[in-house]
Design a protein around this ligand. Structure first.
Ligand code: S3P
Length: 433
């Protein structure tokens, strides 16, 4: 089992460029696979999650090649072109892959079975299966979890679906099923969630209308292949944004970060705490806005997080909780029960880790109350959750002793090379077998 040992460090300095966006990389492969023509993806995240999607797409008969680092060519087979896979499709640790493939596969003429690693096999899948059944799909979960079995040959029809949870994965799965359904498909979101699916489908020539939390898709006759330039992953940048907030000695820059407003709730939360953050060098990467994030040293104060920001920062709470631990006063997060069904129960696992470092906190059913204060050294069990592991590595910038973080292999699912990049910025991080 791999682990990190992170000694206290005097601070970070300079700039970093983080790997490509995970959500966009998954979608580029899937949409490229069902498009007509060849899709060239650059800046692709070569992390284990997206490689699981790449393997699954290949198992469905799509030719995929990797001519160079971060570059993938996908020879689309069209909306009706998948071939039956030889066996179960293994999604590894990737919830996004499993849920989006449920949508894609529910209208195919062949049966499919979706499985994953120990963490993914515990995660809820009925949230996707239920609306897909409403569309006419034959989908079975195993007491709500994977393995997911999809029977081939179902004829789907569009639905109007009000999502009970704010989830971009559920929304995307329904829209992908809608591509081969009869009639329009409409999804209504309770809160705004990431809109990469809508943007990329439009770039591939599909008619998708999104307004005021309602997204409607008209089934296209085909998707047209389009090149996808993947921006840096905001969720990976988040660890360096928080690191710079609590440990920069001078202005620190994270370059080429995707700043789609459905992803950047963390910036608003940190600004409310008093952080000095600037977005500079704005540009676009295909359908997505990109900028450099500049962080200047500034003291942080505890806040009550506005609930409207929760879905816009859903993957950033492990990093944010570390910022709260280093802030003066109390921080309260509520309305965030979804954190309990991520790669781990991120409320419980982060609370245990904070307690191990001497940071006072109170667990709530839908959030966490944290009292900022001194951070000690200690041992953290990340429970195999990549973002928990990286968040506690960042905490070392304020810790009074070394932090040992257990079970870190899954950092490679979203952020291959994290330890090396963090070391180059100034963290005293060692990766050990
Ligand atoms: C994702 C959506 C979010 C997020 C996940 C990636 C996506 O999940 O946590 O890491 O790519 O659509 P939910 O839709 O379950 O909130």
């Amino acid at each position: 089992m791999t682990r990190f040992v992170v000694a206290p460090a005097p601070g970070i300095a300079g700039s970093v460029t983080v790997p490509g966006d995970k959500s966009i990389s998954h979608r580029a492969l899937m949409f490229g696979a069902i498009a007509s023509g060849t899709t060239r993806v650059t800046g692709f995240l070569e992390g284990e999650d997206c490689l699981a999607t790449l393997a699954a797409v290949s198992s469905l008969g799509v030719r995929v090649s990797r001519p160079g680092p971060g570059e993938v060519m996908v020879e689309g087979v069209g909306l009706d072109g998948f071939a039956a896979p030889q066996g179960p499709l293994d999604m590894g640790n990737a919830g996004t892959a499993m849920r989006l493939f449920m949508g894609l596969l529910s209208s195919q003429p062949f049966d499919s079975v979706l499985v994953g690693d120990e963490s993914l096999m515990r995660r809820p899948m009925e949230r996707v299966a239920r609306p897909l059944r409403e569309m006419g799909a034959q989908v079975e979960t195993t007491e709500g979890r994977p393995p997911v079995r999809i029977a081939g040959g179902a004829k789907l029809h569009g639905i109007h679906y009000a999502m009970p949870v704010a989830s971009a994965q559920v929304k995307s799965a329904i829209l992908l099923a809608g591509l081969r359904a009869a009639g329009d498909t409409t999804v209504v979101e309770p809160d705004v969630t990431r809109d990469h699916t809508e943007r990329m489908l439009q770039a591939f020539g599909c008619e998708v209308n999104a307004r005021g939390g309602t997204v409607t898709l008209r089934p296209p006759s085909r998707l047209v292949a389009a090149d996808v330039e993947v921006p840096g992953d905001f969720s990976s940048a988040a660890f360096f944004i928080v690191a710079a907030c609590i440990g920069a000695r001078e202005p620190f820059t994270i370059r080429g970060v995707g700043v789609n407003p459905t992803r950047t709730g963390l910036l608003e939360m940190l600004a409310l705490m008093g952080a000095d953050l600037r977005l500079v060098n704005h540009r676009t990467c295909g359908a997505e806005p990109v900028a450099d994030v500049e962080v200047r040293p500034a003291p942080l104060k505890g806040i009550t997080v506005p609930e409207r920001l929760v879905a816009l920062a859903i993957d950033e709470f492990p990093a944010f909780f570390v910022a709260a631990a280093c802030a003066e006063g109390e921080t309260l997060v509520s309305g965030a029960a979804e954190l309990r069904v991520k790669e781990s129960d991120r409320i419980a696992v982060m609370a245990d880790g904070l307690t191990a470092l001497g940071v006072a906190n109170e667990v709530r059913p839908d959030g966490l109350r944290i009292l900022g204060g001194p951070v000690s050294g200690g041992t953290i069990d990340s429970r195999g959750d990549h973002r928990v592991a990286m968040a506690f590595a960042v905490a070392s910038l304020r810790a009074r002793g070394p932090i040992e973080i257990l079970d870190t292999a899954n950092v490679a699912t979203s952020f291959p090379g994290f330890a090396g990049l963090a070391r180059s910025a100034g963290l005293a991080i060692d990766e050990r077998a």
